[in-house]
Design a protein around this ligand. Structure first.
Ligand SMILES: [Zn+2]
Length: 218
C-alpha cells in the first residue's frame, strides 16, 4: 500500500509529495524545497519513517516544482525521472529563477524518462502514468488505483485548473487532458494537487467552474 506525506514549500506554496510503501522505499514527487529549513522538513520525515528514497519524479518542469531536485539527487544519489517533453521547461529553470530572484543554482537534466502506458515503480508499488499536457509540455500524472489517489501536478485543482499562460501552455489541450484522462478516473479517487487542498474526481466533474464533462470554459 502506498502511503503519502504532503509538504507545502516555497514562495509559490507548491505541494511536494513523499510516497512510500511497506518496503520503506520512497519517491519524492516535485521537490520544491527552497532553503535549509524546508530541506530539513523533508529529511526529518524521511528519518522518522526510516525511508530509503530511490527516485525524484517530476509531474512537470516548472520552477516551483524543481527547486529541491538538485538537493535530493545529491543527498540520496538518486535519478531524476520525467516525461521527455518536459526537458525544455526544466532547461529554463535557471533563467526563470533569476527572473523571480530565487536562491536557486541548477536543476540537472532527467536521467530517466517515463511515458503514458508505462509504470512508475518503487518498492512493491507501481503507479500508472497519464500524459496530461496543456498546463506545461510533458506534464504527467501518477495514479495509484489500489489506494484511489492521483498525483495530478498542476492539471486539476479544487475548483480550478492549471494556468495556461506560461510558455507551452495550451488551454484547449488542458481541457482535453482533464476531460479524457482525469475525468476517466473513478469518481471517488482523491486528487493530490500541485497547489492547494485535495479534491476528488467526482467533485470536480460536478462543480469545477472551468472544465466539466461536456463543458469547457476555454
Ligand atoms: Zn506548473
Amino acid at each position: 500500500m502506498i502511503s503519502l506525506r504532503k509538504f507545502t514549500f516555497n514562495a509559490f506554496a507548491e505541494n511536494t509529495y513523499l510516497l512510500y510503501d511497506e518496503t520503506k522505499q520512497a519517491i519524492i514527487i516535485d521537490p520544491g524545497m527552497m532553503d535549509n529549513s524546508e530541506e530539513r522538513l523533508m529529511l526529518n520525515a524521511i528519518a522518522e519513517e526510516e525511508l530509503n528514497p530511490v527516485k525524484v519524479v517530476l509531474t512537470h518542469g516548472h520552477i516551483d516544482h524543481v527547486l529541491g531536485v538538485d538537493f535530493c539527487m545529491k543527498k540520496f544519489g538518486i535519478p531524476l525521472v520525467s516525461h521527455k517533453k518536459a526537458l525544455p521547461t526544466i532547461g529554463m529553470a535557471e533563467q526563470v529563477s533569476r527572473m523571480y530572484g530565487l536562491p536557486f543554482t541548477t536543476c540537472p537534466d532527467p536521467t530517466e524518462f517515463i511515458e503514458e502506458g508505462e509504470q512508475l515503480t518503487f518498492g512493491n508499488s507501481s503507479m500508472d502514468v497519464l500524459f496530461v499536457p496543456g498546463h506545461a509540455p510533458g506534464h504527467v500524472a501518477f495514479v495509484d488505483h489500489d489506494g484511489k489517489k492521483v498525483i495530478a501536478g498542476d492539471v486539476l485543482f479544487q475548483g480550478s485548473v492549471g494556468r495556461v499562460d506560461l510558455p507551452g501552455g495550451d488551454a484547449p489541450l488542458l481541457a482535453k487532458s482533464i476531460q479524457e484522462k482525469m475525468y476517466a478516473l473513478p469518481d471517488e479517487m482523491i486528487v493530490y494537487c500541485g497547489h492547494g487542498p485535495e479534491t476528488t474526481i467526482g467533485i470536480e466533474k460536478q462543480s469545477n467552474p472551468f472544465v466539466r464533462p461536456g463543458f469547457s470554459a476555454f
